[in-house]
Structure formats: C-alpha cells, structure tokens
Write a protein that binds this ligand. Structure first.
Ligand SMILES: Cc1cc2nc3c(=O)[nH]c(=O)nc-3n(C[C@H](O)[C@H](O)[C@H](O)COP(=O)(O)O)c2cc1C
Length: 167
C-alpha cells in the first residue's frame, strides 16, 4: 500500500480547507483497488516517522510574518535530519494560504524540499485571502471553490501518480 501524506496547519481555517480539498481530490482520483491511502495530519501531530512512511507528501501552510507558519516549520525542524538522505526523489507539493504575499513561504519551503532532495510533482498552489487589517487577518476564512479545485487537482496529481507507479 502506498501512502500520500498531507500535513497541514491553519490559524483561521483557510489552509485547513485547502488541505481537505487536496485530500478529497486525491480520494476522487483513486479507482477501487488502487493500493494508495491518503492520510491528512495536522503538523503538530505529524513527525519524522510519518514523513518516512509517506511515498508522497503535500505540505499546506499559511504564511506568517513572511515565512511558513510555526507548526509547519516545527514539523520540518523535527523531521529534517531524521529524513535527510532517506526520502530522496519522493514527490511533494505545496499549498500556501496568504493574506497578500506568500512568496517568502514558497521560497522557504522549496529550499527545504531541495535540501531533502524531494521531487516537485506540481507547482505550488498560492491562495490569497486579501486579509491585511488585523480584523481581517483574525477573521475565519472561506476559500472560494475555484481555489479549492486547484488544491484538489494537486491532491489528484499526487494520488494518481502513486496509483500509476509514476513516482
Ligand atoms: C501572525 C500572522 C502573520 C501573518 N503574516 C502574513 C505575511 O507575512 N504575509 C501574508 O501574505 N499574510 C500574512 N498573514 C495572513 C495570513 O497568511 C492569512 O490570513 C491566511 O489566510 C491565513 O491562513 P489560515 O486561514 O489557514 O490561518 C499573517 C497572519 C497572521 C495571523
């Protein structure tokens, strides 16, 4: 059984919806009998063993202060050296939810993935929520359907690739 792992964190719900959409897209891409399971874990619950046991990984994080949110950084801090040289070539993809930017998070995540020698399976999905005032930033987020479909397509790409033996 191959495993697609989706690791996520979220403060106001946007990234959670994106990770759920990726999971749905992955499930919908699988045919009965495909030996692929999809596991979605909060970054605080995920550890190196989860990373090592994943055949493909999606990271879904908000942007906080120009970089990935703390729980995702903490997951990668805990996993990095335990996984170094043990996950070479595994496919990965990135989902980022940002108020107005997201570039710093994408750059940072891609550097970490390069260090781990992961294989980029899809371009990053960046969703901008247009939250720039403190009130808007702290308000619950509702990600529009078109953006959720982009996340679903990323999940589908990874799951279908695992099922087809592409990765
Ligand atoms: C502490 C904090 C820092 C933030 N810093 C940034 C930032 O540097 N750039 C940006 O585009 N958005 C920033 N935002 C906005 C969030 O990225 C945005 O609200 C996003 O939708 C949050 O995703 P979530 O709903 O999954 O928590 C910040 C939000 C918080 C709470």
């Amino acid at each position: 059984m191959k495993r697609l792992l989706i690791v996520w964190c979220s403060t106001t719900g946007g990234t959670r919806q994106m990770a759920e959409a990726a999971e749905r897209g992955a499930q919908e891409a699988l045919e009965p009998g495909d030996a692929v399971e999809v596991l979605r874990l909060h970054a605080a619950q995920a550890g190196p063993a989860d990373f090592l046991s994943a055949d493909a990984i999606v990271l879904a994080t908000p942007e906080h202060l120009g970089s990935m949110a703390g729980p995702m950084k903490d997951f990668l801090d805990r996993a990095y050296y335990a996984c170094l040289d043990r996950v070479n070539g595994r496919p990965w993809a990135l989902l980022v939810c940002a108020g107005s930017d997201g570039a710093g998070t994408i750059r940072q995540a891609e550097r970490i993935a390069t260090g781990l020698r992961l294989r980029k399976a899809a371009e990053p999905v960046l969703v901008i929520t247009h939250a720039q005032t403190p009130e808007a930033i702290l308000a619950p987020k509702a990600i529009v359907a078109a953006d959720l479909e982009r996340c679903a397509a990323t999940g589908a790409t990874l799951a279908a690739g695992l099922a087809a033996g592409i990765w």
